[in-house]
Design a protein around this ligand. Structure first.
Ligand SMILES: [Fe+2]
Length: 332
């Protein structure tokens, strides 16, 4: 018999991410022309995007800023009651910021931060997406017609955040938000937690916390978009090469999560993953899988070893890495 706690089932799923970019026009072109996302709204310095399979109105917000990085991460609660239960838990943890009634296409949104200082939001109500004329799918059960443009990403999938103190942030995600722990990298006989992957759904992970080797706070490792098959990942690599986008790693397969991945830097400098094929978790008594120095193999199941930049570069870049963002080339 296990001693697992009764699960908290208040968060329905990862809702959206906001990416900050110092090159908003080139970043917009990357997500629309090359990855095939649609802009549904423009407001101030922000554009709001969706993949053809996203049920939400938008799942990616891109905002002009002096430097790249993550603006915020949104979580959708299961219900109004679930929202208020999580807000109470967040306030008890001392990480609440306050209510915001100005979140486009979402209802009352509670803002908070994780222990590392990443800004997050939780909400329940949201507008239903209604495809405009000319954008409707021939499929009654698909929110928008398949764009067939660029990579044709289906939906926003997850974020990987760096943290100075991985255990504190993983514990917050588990105990305060109620996410389920899936896999971990633990070194030195399990005593040093290097990374943790968590989810609120059957998807393997919706968020990862990985140790920030620069000792900074609030940084983004990568934002990830889902495609339906490996061929789409391979095609995306061709599209990136034809358009001067820096490919940092892949196409290859991770051992933890089993994801088939391709990592690039969008023109603003943020690392973006296009991926497919991670395994799903259905068992309510799933035991988190732990990887150590002997079996970690650098995170790669097969394919090229991940470059050093994968463990040193993040956004915003560390002061001594300002020029380490790779040969970022404007796609136009
Ligand atoms: Fe990822």
């Amino acid at each position: 018999m296990s001693d697992r706690r009764e699960p908290i089932r208040d968060i329905a799923h990862f809702g959206y991410a906001e990416l900050l970019t110092p090159k908003p026009e080139a970043t917009e072109s990357y997500f629309t022309d090359l990855l095939g996302m649609e802009i549904v709204r423009t407001e101030g310095d922000s554009i709001f995007l969706r993949g053809w399979g996203d049920y939400a109105v938008w799942t990616l917000r891109v905002t002009a800023s002096d430097s790249p990085g993550i603006g915020r991460v949104g979580w959708r609660a299961y219900s109004e009651d679930a929202l208020h239960r999580r807000v109470a838990a967040i306030e008890e943890a001392g990480l609440g910021i306050g209510w915001d009634n100005d979140n486009p296409d979402r209802g009352p949104t509670y803002r908070f931060q994780d222990p590392d200082g990443h800004r997050m939001e939780i909400y329940y109500e949201e507008n239903k997406y209604r495809a405009p004329e000319g954008m409707k799918s021939a499929l009654r059960n698909q929110p928008m017609r398949y764009s067939g443009r660029g990579a044709g990403v289906r939906r926003s999938d997850h974020v990987a955040l760096l943290a100075k103190d991985v255990p504190a942030n993983r514990a917050f995600a588990e105990e305060t938000l109620g996410l389920q722990l899936r896999e971990q990298i633990r070194f030195e006989n399990g005593e040093v937690e290097i990374g943790s992957w968590l989810s609120s759904t059957a998807m393997h992970h919706e968020i990862a916390y990985v140790r920030d080797n620069a000792g900074m706070n609030g940084r983004l490792h990568h934002f990830s978009l889902w495609v339906d098959n490996r061929e789409d990942v391979l095609r995306t690599a061709d599209i990136f090469r034809e358009n001067g986008i820096f490919i940092e790693a892949g196409p290859s397969k991770h051992n933890n999560s089993q994801a088939f991945y391709l990592y690039s830097y969008e023109p603003g400098g943020n690392r973006v993953e296009v991926y497919t094929s991670g395994f799903m978790v259905f068992a309510p008594d799933f035991e988190p899988v732990i990887w150590n120095e002997d079996n970690r193999d650098g995170g790669v199941y097969w394919g090229a070893k991940l470059p050093e930049s994968f463990s040193t570069y993040a956004t915003p870049p560390a002061p001594d890495q300002a020029m380490a963002s790779g040969p970022v080339v404007d796609p136009h």
